[in-house]
Write a protein that binds this ligand. Structure first.
Ligand code: SAM
Length: 246
């Protein structure tokens, strides 16, 4: 049988395409892409002529996943790309990986750019521990539940957000996690790349004069040691209360 390659592609700057990614895309039998029109532009730029370009996205993956797996079992090498960055990171791919693993198909990473990690390393916030949250849910209650699960975590928090929702999201972060330090990493690797560093309140104020445009990663400071300690104290208090009751 063939192999499944997960191929990283640029998050804006085409120079970030790796030599290996180009070679794998040239040599494979099938390219599965989130948006075939978008991917065609990339392929044209690198003079890659796919033998078969297959659509694989959120809405057809239930049907097209098993079909792609059959091709691989028959001996085809398949390369999966998303619109930008690493497949399977806030993008389709992880379902296909699971199907492949279940069939004993080799799954091979072709590393490339990733927006969250690129933002993290230039943020100036702790890189020692971090939690990737991806896109927050839309509903306020769901946002609260996600954020309460990381409220006391000391690691840096990484989120993706669209420009249309970023102000609302900053409001939620302020409300549920307090006025922490945050870095807005905008348009990474592109012409208007920009870092905005400050407190959440600073950033909200800044956005008053600079309406959000483009793509953003939010890099948020983790809980302080005092916050983590506060939670531990609260647990102890609960425990001792329970002891009193029993
Ligand atoms: N798979 C991608 C990766 O590995 O980074 C992420 C795909 S996700 C659907 C798209 C989101 O990633 C955007 O809404 C934005 O939050 C973030 N993003 C992608 N490219 C970016 C860039 N050049 N600068 C800042 N954020 C970016």
């Amino acid at each position: 049988g063939g192999s499944l390659y997960l191929v990283g592609t640029p998050i804006g700057n085409l120079e970030d395409m790796t030599f290996r990614a180009v070679r794998i895309l040239k040599e494979c039998d099938i390219i599965a892409a989130e948006d075939t029109r978008q991917t065609r532009k990339l392929l044209t730029h690198f003079e890659i002529t796919p033998q078969l370009l297959f659509s694989y996205h959120e809405h057809n993956k239930a049907a097209s996943g098993p079909e792609l797996i059959r091709y691989i079992i028959e001996g085809k090498n398949l390369a999966l790309v998303s619109d930008a960055g690493l497949p399977a990171i806030s993008d389709p791919g992880s379902d296909l990986v699971q199907l492949a693993i279940a069939e004993g198909i080799p799954v091979i990473p072709i590393p490339g750019p990733n927006a969250a990690l690129s933002a993290l390393i230039v943020s100036g916030l702790s890189t020692e521990r971090f939690t990737f949250i991806g896109f927050l849910p839309r509903d306020r209650k769901d946002v609260q539940s996600v954020l309460s699960s990381v409220q006391y975590a000391q690691g840096t928090l990484l989120m993706y957000e669209s420009p249309h929702r970023i102000i609302k999201t900053l409001g939620f972060l302020l409300e549920f996690l307090g006025n922490r330090r945050i870095v807005l990493a905008r348009e990474l690797t592109k012409r208007y790349e920009e870092m905005v560093r400050g407190s959440i309140e600073d950033c909200l104020e800044w956005m008053g004069d600079h309406p959000p445009i483009g793509e953003y990663v939010l890099v948020l400071e983790g809980a302080s040691q005092e916050e983590e300690q506060k939670q531990k104290d609260a647990w102890w208090q609960e425990l001792s209360l329970e002891e009193h009751v029993t």
